[in-house]
Write a protein that binds this ligand. Sequence first.
Ligand code: ZN
Ligand code: ZN
Length: 164
Amino acid sequence: MLTDENFLKIAHEVWKWSNCVSKKVWAIIVKNTRILSTGYNGTPSGYINCSEHFSGKYSEDHYKWSDIYEIHAEMNAIFWAARKWVCIEWATMYVMLEPCLQCTKNLIAAGIKRLVYANKYSYIDTETIAEFYKRSWVEILYIDMWEEYSQKSKRKNKLQLWNS
Ligand SMILES: [Zn+2]
Ligand SMILES: [Zn+2]
């Protein structure tokens, strides 16, 4: 039987394919241990990638630019399911990073039943987010998997992922 850790590891395996110069995030939507949809953060297809816009380097302007032009991984996973008519109601979403406020309310609206994430995000409005979850039916699980990654000497990935 596949576990929550298995799906988080899948998300971790592919995170680097995101073209964002800041956080690289993948989200995977799973139901009955089958992957229904995936998404990573980035601009809408056809639009210039974050890494091209900033020539591969993180910049102070990123936050503002990203807010306008980039779609978060969670949303891209939900949109892909919508495009393909895949029902994600009651599904579990696995994501490497704790979802932001916008994604939180949207994934509740999309019918996600369980949320499993692998890293805390300190820049979010945790109080409002906690209130949203409290009033929803979404079950949240935080699994700190970085210990395990670092034991496999993947610490470099971790630093690249969160400190870039
Ligand atoms: Zn970006
Ligand atoms: Zn988000």
